[in-house]
Design a protein around this ligand. Structure first.
Ligand code: ZN
Length: 306
């Protein structure tokens, strides 16, 4: 039994329209779901991904309008890695991000930058072993597009504390604090870095949790594996597009394990993903109110506010 890499990564934004502008308009991802936080339905939960909303490419944001800036520290994911095809793609992104006013840091085979709220991303040139997960964008040629997650890195003051749990989750140590979730279809890396002295602050531009992907038939078994690893997983929770369990990795990072099914086309067609406000049955009665109070967003396919 193996996890199929990362399913999704969830972060926090204080500004949903600018968030759409950046992730769709600049990074060229597709908005695949516009819904609300199921646990706090007065605010958005926005999902960006490849063209089909494939696990492995799904970056999501809880919107807390006007949220104070967060700061990645001990027990938090501080960097999100994405794969790109080659050095030419890094050249493209260096130019594109510069034109958009985002500073970049180029190294051999990688490019780091931050979004408008300080969330750090790294594009890495990765081999072609996993099928690329591409979104279609007028401004980003397919050759240069993001191809899905490579992994995440988190701050941990005692990385060895997580070893027993990560082993139970069938992650394989690769050295340099890095662990590999190698599924049959996809893989992803989970890494630890030494924590900075400053305390972590959950806020705008910070990562809330990382979700690994499970085949549906393995999901209950992963819950037992997490327990064996010393974690205290939640019961299985229905998240409409997947089913999930949540628990903390000993460093403090919130982990989720989400099923590959049913997927984001369970309540709208692939062609129209992200266009309408999607609400789960328990919140459907809030629709008239939410359509009045939620922040208006830019067009889902172009993302641009300016
Ligand atoms: Zn999640």
């Amino acid at each position: 039994m193996r996890l199929e890499g990362i399913h999704h990564i969830t972060a926090i934004t204080g500004d949903a329209p600018r968030n759409v502008d950046f992730y769709v308009g600049v990074l060229g991802l597709r908005m695949v779901k516009k819904t609300v936080n199921f646990d706090a339905p007065e605010v958005y939960h926005l999902y960006y991904a490849d063209e089909r909303g494939s696990p492995g490419s799904v970056l999501t944001f809880f919107e807390f309008p006007g949220a104070a800036p967060g700061r990645a520290g001990d027990g938090m994911v501080h960097r999100i890695g994405w794969r790109v095809a080659g050095e030419e793609a890094l050249d493209f992104w260096t130019g594109r991000l510069d034109a958009e006013g985002h500073a970049t840091q180029r190294a051999d085979g990688s490019l780091r930058f931050r979004d408008f709220e300080g969330l750090e991303h790294e594009l890495v040139v990765a081999g072609g072993e996993d099928p690329p997960l591409l979104a279609e964008s007028d401004d980003v040629p397919a050759d240069h597009a993001l191809r899905g997650f490579d992994g995440v890195r988190a701050y941990a003051h005692d990385p060895s504390a997580g070893a027993r749990l990560l082993e139970e989750l069938a992650l394989v140590p690769e050295g340099e604090g890095r662990w590999r979730a190698q599924g049959a279809q996809r893989h992803a890396l989970y890494g630890h870095d030494p924590s900075p002295p400053e305390r972590s602050v959950q806020g705008a531009g910070s990562v809330h949790h990382v979700a690994f992907a499970s085949r549906d038939e393995d999901h209950a078994e992963w819950r037992l594996a997490a327990t064996r690893g010393g974690a205290r997983p939640t019961p299985i929770i229905d998240r409409q597009y997947f089913r999930s369990i949540y628990f903390r990795e000993p460093s403090g990072v919130l982990f989720e394990i989400a099923t590959l099914s049913p997927g984001f086309d369970v309540d709208e067609s692939i062609d129209s993903l992200g266009e309408a406000l999607a609400l789960p049955p328990q919140h459907e009665h809030l629709r008239p109110q939410l359509e009045r109070t939620l922040t208006p967003l830019p067009a889902p396919r172009t993302g641009r506010t300016r």
